[in-house]
Design a protein around this ligand. Structure first.
Ligand SMILES: Cc1cc2nc3c(=O)[nH]c(=O)nc-3n(C[C@H](O)[C@H](O)[C@H](O)COP(=O)(O)OP(=O)(O)OC[C@H]3O[C@@H](n4cnc5c(N)ncnc54)[C@H](O)[C@@H]3O)c2cc1C
Length: 472
């Protein structure tokens, strides 16, 4: 079967990869001149990479890790020590670590929490464990039902101390979803926590050894094209054409640089575009269907990714750090964590600014000034002294609509990969799958969409949304 896929992020690329595995021919159409979507990266005039986002991989990413294996590029993941590292706002410059011992889960996580006495008292830990108990014993069903509460509401209902929220969950919520605990659905951090509690190496973190565009997207492109698939840049979907029965009969692609528009036809069609774009391109007859109406509540969340190149080393920490600062979420010194960005003498900090709704429209200068003020608290030894570290150059990448806003009540709006339209499918980390709006979620969604298409081709009949999509 010939399958047209609009969108060349990880979801679209994974969908194309798994379609070629099933013997089909994907035609992938990406609107921009770069693949990867939210993992896209570019080189500046000096040859230094800058990225849409600071990305880390977790041990609890089975589909992503399987994909690396299938592409033969597992050695590109640089696994770090099994620990989570937090800054302490009340002790500037001092780090607090949750070192996870190499023993079976969930004992390893429990020991890491019990051994850390910087952030929580014994009573707070005990009440936290008690509050978490239903999520552990009642499993994912309970976790899904908690979507009606924000994380903060859920913590309050469980009688968990406010310190647990301010010490741990604000940082976790900002890192996972770019929003705060009073907004985020309780389901999202509880899902992540449950995975960490179930898998021995679930919370272990890896960095890619270079830019995602070259080191992850390119091997996917090679894999797809070597097996007869096509990958095209600069091919924005302009309109979805329907036949008399309301099925898709073609993807109209806008002609760029003076080229005429063209219509691409196929046996099946996939949107792997962000939900915000899909909503705008929905054909009018579909907008009355409940399945598509529910999309109206899904919306990408703003986030900002900063790159700061300094004239000296600020830290030798080779890991992700949770800043626990009001402005910033996570950050890393990429000159330590990433082989291709490495520099033995000078730091390159990559930092995520979230929540970013009050910052996304501000100038780069304002954003940089506020970030530097926070860095003075994170690295007092380098910025409080007479000879402060000098910022050599900086790059600010703003994404006004990134992953879907994972607010309370949104789980019910996330669509399945199959739709009421028999030859139209969805992929994207916002679609319903057991992971969050993450790289793992994107890859899994692409795989599920490919499976649904392959299943339909085999059976010869459409897979309706009420039928469960094959589980992996
Ligand atoms: C700052 C930041 C940090 C992050 N950190 C992590 C992390 O550490 N770990 C993690 O797992 N996840 C992280 N994520 C989330 C992760 O990047 C995303 O969940 C994932 O990459 C989404 O992939 P996708 O394919 O679903 O969507 P996208 O990446 O949004 O891909 C959609 C694609 O569709 C294209 N498109 C748009 N319009 C059209 C059109 N009209 N026609 C054709 N194509 C179109 C876009 O250009 C894009 O390439 C982070 C995201 C950001 C922004």
């Amino acid at each position: 079967m010939r399958v047209a896929i609009a969108g060349g992020g990880l979801a679209g690329l994974a969908c194309a990869k798994y379609l070629t595995d099933a013997g089909h021919t994907p035609i992938l159409l990406e609107s921009r001149d770069v693949l990867g979507g939210l993992v896209a990266a570019w080189k500046d005039e000096e040859g230094d990479w800058y990225e849409t986002g600071l990305h880390v991989f977790f041990g609890a990413y089975p589909n992503m890790l399987q994909l690396f294996k299938e592409l033969g590029i597992e050695d590109r993941l640089q696994w770090k020590q099994h620990t989570l590292i937090f800054n302490q706002p009340e002790k500037p410059g001092v780090l607090s670590r949750f070192d996870v011992p190499d023993i079976p889960a969930p004992l390893n996580i429990l020991v890491s929490i019990l051994r850390n006495n910087d952030m929580l008292t014994w009573e707070q830990k005990f009440r936290f464990a008690l509050g978490l108990w239903p999520a552990i014993v009642r499993g994912q069903g309970y976790v899904e039902a908690m979507d009606k509460y924000s994380l903060l509401e859920w913590l309050q209902r469980q009688g968990v101390d406010e310190r647990v929220n301010s010490d741990i969950f604000i940082a976790a919520s900002k890192a996972l979803t770019f929003i705060n605990p009073e907004e985020v659905s309780a389901t999202v951090p509880l899902t992540a926590l449950n995975r960490f509690l179930q898998e021995r190496y679930g919370s272990k973190i890896a960095f890619l050894d270079g830019s995602p565009t070259e080191r992850l997207c390119q091997p996917l492109v090679d894999y797809i094209t070597e097996r007869g698939g096509e990958v095209h840049l600069n091919k924005p979907l302009k309109a979805i054409h329907l036949d008399a029965a309301g099925k898709v009969e073609g993807f109209e692609i806008r002609g760029l640089a003076g080229r005429p528009d063209e219509v691409i036809t196929a046996d099946a069609y996939v949107s792997a575009m962000p939900v915000d774009v899909l909503k705008v391109l929905l054909p009018e007859p579909w907008t009355s269907l409940d399945f598509f109406q529910r999309l109206s509540r899904l919306e990408g969340v703003p986030v900002i990714n900063l790159h700061l190149w300094f004239d000296r080393k600020l830290t030798d920490v080779d890991h992700l750090l949770f800043s626990r600062s009001p402005l910033l979420s996570v950050y890393a010194d990429m000159s330590n964590t990433c082989r291709e960005y490495s520099d033995p003498d000078r730091s390159m900090l990559e930092l995520v600014l979230a929540p970013a709704k009050d910052w996304i429209d501000r100038s780069d200068e304002e954003i940089l000034a506020a970030t530097m003020a926070e860095l003075a608290r994170l690295f007092p030894q380098h910025f409080g002294s007479e000879q402060p570290a000098r910022l050599r150059k900086a790059k600010v990448v703003k994404t006004p609509r990134s992953v879907y806003t994972a607010a309370a009540g949104m789980q019910a709006c996330r669509p399945t990969q199959t739709t009421p339209i028999p030859n139209f499918f969805l992929a994207g980390s916002y679609t319903l799958q057991e992971f969050l709006g993450s790289m793992e979620g994107a890859v899994l969604s692409g795989k599920l969409a490919a499976q649904a298409i392959a299943q339909q081709a085999e059976v010869g009949s459409p897979v309706t949304p009420s039928q469960p999509v094959v589980r992996l």
